[in-house]
Design a protein around this ligand. Structure first.
Ligand code: FES
Length: 254
């Protein structure tokens, strides 16, 4: 028997893996967001999602798909300063991630039928956790940012000689945005936006259909949450290694 529970299974494995997985992503994403190099492959127009949109004069030539309305940025400001805070807020307030870090980082509680170290439970009805309610607004911004990532992936169908091109990077970039859409559209707030506050589904067949589709992918929201952490890292890592000359370009059409 472990302290605080009668469970004899390895109930601690889930919280432990969650801590390791989230910590690894946060460390990687933080380092790369401030790295400021190897985030764009000029020949093929591959842009890392950690640098999108790149809107300042500090961005490498060609990586600013929406112009450069901002001047040079000091080193302590990430080049994707406009999107990163919202993406961080979107994930931090996500219903799934809340469950994950409440359990694994705050032990509230660490697992089912395992006692928690806290003496009181105040829920999310008061400050500071009531602020988690802003999630629905982060969702709207996340829609825009995912659309921008999609635009980046479309522009990446670019050949070294100037016309259409297609390579391994395109598969990785498109795979990443497909997964990002699955994560974003499976959001619980999205489900409420498309199908909430209706008294009669029968009078709103289009919204009912949309709600049905979102509900299907919503059941796998945790899966999309983890997959997208992986695809974001793989996409950025691929672009970093390719633009640094560590790995060769794999191209099918150029
Ligand atoms: S509930 Fe996870 S992104 Fe909205």
């Amino acid at each position: 028997m472990s302290a605080g529970t009668f469970r004899v299974d390895r109930w601690w494995l889930g919280p432990l893996l969650t801590v390791l997985g989230l910590a690894a992503f946060v460390i990687y994403a933080t380092i790369r967001s401030f790295w400021r190099s190897a985030y764009y492959v000029t020949d093929y127009h591959y842009l890392s999602p950690f640098y999108s949109p790149c809107l300042s004069d500090s961005c490498v030539a060609g990586s600013s798909h929406f112009g450069t309305p901002f001047g040079e940025l000091p080193m302590f400001i990430p080049l994707a300063f406009l999107s990163l805070p919202f993406l961080l807020g979107f994930r931090f307030t996500c219903y799934y991630y809340r469950k994950a870090y409440y359990r694994s980082f705050w032990f509230a509680p660490p697992a089912c039928a395992v006692s928690e170290p806290h003496s009181r439970y105040t829920g999310e009805n008061r400050l500071p956790l009531i602020l988690q309610n802003v999630h629905r607004y982060f969702f709207y911004v996340a829609l825009v940012i995912t659309a921008i990532n999609t635009y980046d992936a479309v522009l990446a169908f670019h050949g070294a000689s100037g016309g259409f091109g297609f390579g391994l990077g395109n598969i990785i970039l498109v795979g990443n945005v497909v997964m990002l859409w699955m994560y974003t559209l499976s959001c619980h707030s999205c489900r409420h936006v498309v199908g909430g506050r209706l008294k009669h589904f029968s009078r709103h067949p289009v919204r009912y259909w949309m709600w049905s589709q979102v509900s299907k992918i919503n059941t796998q929201h945790m899966l999309w949450a983890w997959i997208t952490l992986g695809t974001l890292v793989v996409t950025d890592l691929f672009i970093m290694l390719l633009s640094s000359g560590v790995i060769p370009a794999v191209r099918f059409v150029d």
